[in-house]
Design a protein around this ligand. Structure first.
Ligand code: DAT
Length: 164
C-alpha cells in the first residue's frame, strides 16, 4: 500500500487483515519499535528509515507469505515480496483536512499534498513493480473503503483458487 500519509492505508490494511486472516505490518511502527533509523531529516523533521535493516527484519515473515505491508514508499522492497500493490488515492481537499486534523502544518502539510497531486507514489509503484500488479483505489469516503475491501477480498479468493 504505497501512498501519501492520511489516505487510509492503516484503516484499510488493518480491516483487510482481520477479514482475510492475513498479517498486517505497519512499516512506520516497525521502524519505531526497532529504531530502524539511520539519521534524522532536519527539513521534514522526521527520522530517516534504515531500509536495509527493515528488509532484514521482514524477510522471514515475507517468505512465509500472507502479509499486508503498509508504507508510503515502496521502491526499496524486494519485488518478489508482493503479488499485488494497491495505491490509495484521496482528493486534495479531503486529504488536506485529514492531514491538518493530524497536526500537519506548514511545509510538511504542503509537501504531502503536493506528493498526492503529482502522483509521486503511484509513479514510484509503477516503476518498481510490474504495471499489471499495481492498482489505484479511491479512498475518499467510508463507501470507498467498503468497496475496496470487497474488491480486494474477491481478488484474494481468486488468487487462492489460481494458486492452489
Ligand atoms: P494512513 O495510514 O494512510 O496515514 P489512516 O488509515 O490513518 O491513513 O487514515 C487517516 C484518517 O482518514 C483517519 O482519521 C481515518 C480516515 N479515513 C481513512 N480511510 C477513509 C475513507 N475511505 N473514508 C473516510 N475517512 C477515511
Amino acid at each position: 500500500l504505497p501512498c501519501t500519509p492520511g489516505v487510509g492505508k492503516t484503516t484499510l490494511g488493518k480491516e483487510l487483515a482481520s477479514r482475510a486472516g492475513l498479517v498486517y505490518v505497519n512499516v512506520g511502527d516497525l521502524a519505531k519499535e526497532g529504531e530502524l533509523y539511520e539519521g534524522f531529516d532536519e527539513e521534514y523533521e522526521c527520522p530517516i528509515l534504515d531500509e536495509d535493516r527493515v528488509i532484514d527484519e521482514l524477510e522471514d515473515k515475507m517468505n512465509e507469505g500472507g502479509v499486508i505491508i503498509d508504507y508510503h514508499g515502496c521502491d526499496f522492497f524486494p519485488e518478489r515480496w508482493f503479488h499485488i500493490v494497491f495505491v490509495l488515492r484521496t482528493e486534495n481537499s479531503v486529504l488536506y483536512d485529514r492531514l491538518e486534523s493530524r497536526g500537519y502544518k506548514g511545509k510538511k502539510l504542503q509537501d504531502n499534498i503536493q506528493c498526492e497531486i503529482f502522483q509521486t507514489l503511484y509513479e514510484e509503484a509503477m516503476s518498481s513493480y510490474r504495471e499489471e500488479i499495481v492498482h489505484q483505489l479511491p479512498s475518499n469516503t467510508p463507501e470507498d473503503l467498503e468497496r475496496n475491501l470487497d474488491q480486494i477480498m474477491q481478488w484474494i479468493e481468486q488468487w487462492m483458487k489460481d494458486n492452489n
